[in-house]
Ligand binder design. Structure first.
Ligand code: UD2
Ligand code: MN
Length: 346
């Protein structure tokens, strides 16, 4: 009798615990069913994947994990910063390639800088906007030599180069800063009709890895590889209030490098027009900003936020000999040059 009386509450307890386990099991099964991809979806062949290709077998909540927790991949104004691992090249290619876009690409090779053109173009044909139509606009004071070089080079289908003669100014600073005005005028004269996007690049550079349509956006700028560890008061902005490029020490987002900028024709036209007007206004006052057009570019981009930023992978410098961990691929890098020898007045 005594043992029987004790056994009843124990039995009830055991039953309650067993029921709890059963309920928990059914609930877990229900949840996992909701997150598991359907078998039929997994089997479907996809000719043009427009959703993640690397993680499609993972439950959906993994897709919400950051792929590059070590770096900033979005600006405070919600523009993406492009890093390896933060985008899927297959999705990007399948988004842009069917659009039949033409990417105008301006490059200046004036004076001794023509020597950089061969490597620039040869490496671009390997890595730059592969599979897209590209129209290179090569501005030079040595059209005949550049024409001869172009005959030696092989361009992929849909990719052409046009040589546009420009004068050579006596100072390298002038050659560099006049690019804004020349690009603006060439957009008005022809590029506006001939392309969808325009990217303006330095010539003393080589491509080393994919530089693809992930860079396309309305207004695109590249973070300077020497300044991304620095606080804004250390940025090399123009600090004289008399200049139209003036940025006070407590202002600034990033320090952008003028060796790369781009975007839609409309946005880049506005940018080059504004920068060349401000360069001229400064000139009228006998001023030249500390880093010429780069200072004006930085002023413009502080007041007109870029819609996409390129990480220093997209604009590196061979002078930076050690490659930090966050730079998984150097894609485009400035070659080491003897400034005294190549520049007119260094
Ligand atoms: C590390 C460093 O010092 N960077 C600055 C330096 O960049 P860079 O040393 O990259 O300037 P750079 O000498 O490459 O000049 C810029 C571009 O202008 C063209 N070009 C220039 C000179 C010439 O005689 N022929 C010619 O064709 C060429 O396309 C060249 O790539 O100067 C720029 C001038 O605005 C910017 O201020 C950069 O921040
Ligand atoms: Mn350069």
């Amino acid at each position: 009798m005594r043992t029987g009386k004790k056994a009843t509450p124990w039995c009830i307890c055991l039953l309650v615990i067993l029921q709890g386990f059963l309920f928990f099991g059914v609930w877990k099964l229900y949840l996992s069913y909701g997150t598991r991809p359907h078998k039929t979806e997994e089997k479907q062949p996809s000719v043009l994947p427009l959703s993640p290709t690397t993680k499609e077998k993972q439950p959906f909540f993994f897709l919400l994990s950051p792929t590059r927790p070590d770096v900033m991949t979005v600006t405070p104004w919600l523009a993406p910063i492009v890093w390896e691992g933060a985008f899927d090249p297959v999705i990007i290619d399948n988004m842009y390639k069917p659009q039949d876009l033409t990417i105008a690409t301006t490059v200046f090779a004036v004076g001794k800088y023509t020597r950089f053109l061969r490597d620039f173009l040869e490496t671009a044909e390997y890595h730059y906007m592969s599979g897209l139509k590209v129209h290179y606009y090569i501005f030079t004071d040595q059209s005949k030599d550049v024409d001869l070089l172009l005959k030696e080079l092989r361009f992929a289908a849909g990719r052409v180069a046009t040589v546009i003669p420009v004068p050579k100014y006596n100072r390298w600073q002038e050659i560099s800063l006049r690019r804004m005005e020349t690009i603006q005028k060439t957009i008005e004269a022809r590029i506006g009709r001939e392309a969808d996007y325009i990217y303006c690049l330095d010539v003393d550079m080589k491509f080393h890895y994919r530089w693809g349509p992930e860079v396309l956006g309305s207004l695109v700028a590249a973070i300077h590889p020497w300044y991304y560890y620095f606080p804004r008061e250390k940025f090399s902005y123009e600090r004289r209030p008399a200049s139209r490029a003036y940025i006070p020490e407590d202002q600034g987002d990033f320090y952008y490098m003028a060796a790369v900028f781009g975007g839609t024709i409309k946005e880049v036209h506005t940018l080059t027009k504004n920068c060349s007007e401000n360069l001229n206004l400064d000139k009228g006052q006998g001023l030249e900003a500390i880093w010429q057009e780069e200072s004006h570019l930085n002023w413009y981009l502080l007041h007109h936020k870029p819609t996409k930023l390129l990480s220093p992978e997209y604009l590196w410098d061979d002078l930076k000999r050690s490659q930090p961990r966050e730079i998984q691929h150097v894609r485009f890098s400035a070659v080491i040059k003897n400034k005294m020898e190549v520049r007119e007045n260094e």
